[in-house]
Design a protein around this ligand. Structure first.
Ligand code: PLP
Length: 406
């Protein structure tokens, strides 16, 4: 099958658009073919092999931690990270309300409950002040543990999700975690390469997860990684992701494990992609700079910002659209762009008001809903041609009221 034979589902994020500008498609321009061929030539195609180890070493080095365990995807990484972090059924985990749903589902996979924390209005990340406020006002310390006064459950962990390539304000969260003996599990799936106060995200908490799905800054098609400095946790993650095999010959399994390991073929793509990560980050940042220059003076459009304590990769370039000032809302603009064969996408529906989670506690979630209503991600594939960024920017300008086309 060649590229023109592929039939795209028009609404699928990242799906190729004939003559259009897709939201974010993979850029496989390095050693991917060569390394995959090496797997096929040597018959190392399964879940062990030299590329798995190499990919893990590269990820650990990049995040600046001691250990990395490759997984089939980021959701599996989160599931196992929660298990090895000791999150128990009926525990509670503070998590961002404005996120892709995977980390919240992973909390439920282990039988724990999410407590939703709002997004802050400036960089759209988990609001660290509100998280701390929740811990101080809504919980109490008893018998060497922290308990939620309302639910009566034990609060075990904080799971900040660094969204869109920008870090959360980790300082206050880490401080509170120290004070209340909470584990910090970072969802760094959207933030590989981002830095918080000059530290790579993924190295700040106790354990972190990466994703390499098709729209991430680097991709293996599907893949994930658990990263941590804790040798015992890495060992346990490796054990749980390989069916908890206690005897390789006799099929002895002393616990329930999972078949969550990444294959060597996909890890080969991962190694090739990791070699290009700095270029990918540079490309994303360059695209963000051009967009922000072009869109800055359009009334009602708020470009994304980078905190002075952050290095953002601008993984998914997202703006806010103020319906009154701009003259149309984000969803109308989405359709207008679609008419011009430009793919854009809203932010995620805040999870606390989705059916599976409506009964869960949401602490002062006020901002996330506005960000959801106004947010729109624009095409920003690695290596997107400048001409396409200009075309999107011009379409944004033409759609605005009180502005003239470029
Ligand atoms: C914030 C966040 N967490 C987790 C995931 C899950 O990763 P995966 O799709 O690799 O399972 C994703 C991406 O899909 C994500 O954006």
């Amino acid at each position: 099958m060649n590229a023109t034979d592929r039939t795209a589902i028009p609404s699928e994020p990242g799906a190729p658009l004939p003559d259009g500008i897709p939201l974010a498609v993979p850029a496989l321009r390095g050693n991917e073919w060569r390394y995959v061929k090496e797997c096929l030539d040597t018959n190392w195609v399964s879940s062990v092999g030299p590329f798995v180890e190499r990919f893990e070493r590269m990820a650990a080095q990049r995040v600046d931690v001691q250990h990395a365990v490759a997984t089939v995807n980021g959701t599996a990484a989160l599931h196992v990270a929660l298990l090895v972090a000791g999150v128990q059924p009926d525990d509670e985990v503070l998590v961002s309300a404005l996120t892709f749903i995977a980390p919240v589902n992973a909390i439920r996979y282990v039988g724990a409950w999410p407590v939703f924390i709002d997004a802050e209005p400036d960089f759209w990340q988990m609001d660290a002040q509100k998280a701390v406020e929740f811990l101080e006002r809504e919980c109490r310390w008893r018998d060497g543990a922290l308990w939620n006064r309302t639910s009566g459950r034990r609060v075990r962990a904080i799971l900040p999700v660094h969204i869109l390539g920008h870090p959360c304000d980790m300082g206050p969260l880490l401080e509170a975690a120290r004070q209340y003996d909470l584990t910090v599990i970072e969802d760094a799936t959207e933030g590989l390469g981002a830095r918080y106060r000059d530290r790579p995200i993924g190295s700040l908490g106790d354990i972190a997860c990466l994703s390499f799905n098709g729209n991430k800054i680097i991709t293996t098609g599907g893949g994930g990684m658990i990263v941590t400095d804790r040798e015992d946790w890495a060992r346990r993650a490796r054990y749980l992701t390989t069916q908890a095999k206690d005897d390789p010959l006799e099929y002895i399994h002393n616990e329930i494990g999972y078949n969550y390991r990444l294959t060597n073929v996909l890890a080969a793509i991962g190694v090739a992609q990791m070699e290009q990560l700095d270029d990918c980050i540079a490309s994303k940042r360059r695209t963000a700079r051009i967009y922000s220059e072009r869109l800055a003076d359009i009334p009602g459009i708020t470009p994304p910002r980078q905190a002075d304590w952050a290095f953002s990769t601008f993984w998914l370039y997202t703006v806010l659209v103020d319906e009154v000032q701009y003259g149309m809302g984000s969803r109308t603009l989405l359709r207008r762009l679609e008419d011009a064969s430009i793919q854009s996408r809203p932010l995620w529906h805040p999870i606390h008001s989705l059916p599976p989670y409506r009964g869960c506690q949401a602490y002062r979630v006020e901002v996330a809903d506005r960000l959801y209503a106004q947010g729109l991600s624009l095409p920003c594939s690695v290596g997107i041609p400048d001409e396409q960024v200009e075309r999107v920017s011009a379409a944004m300008r033409t759609s605005a009221k009180n502005t003239t086309a470029l």
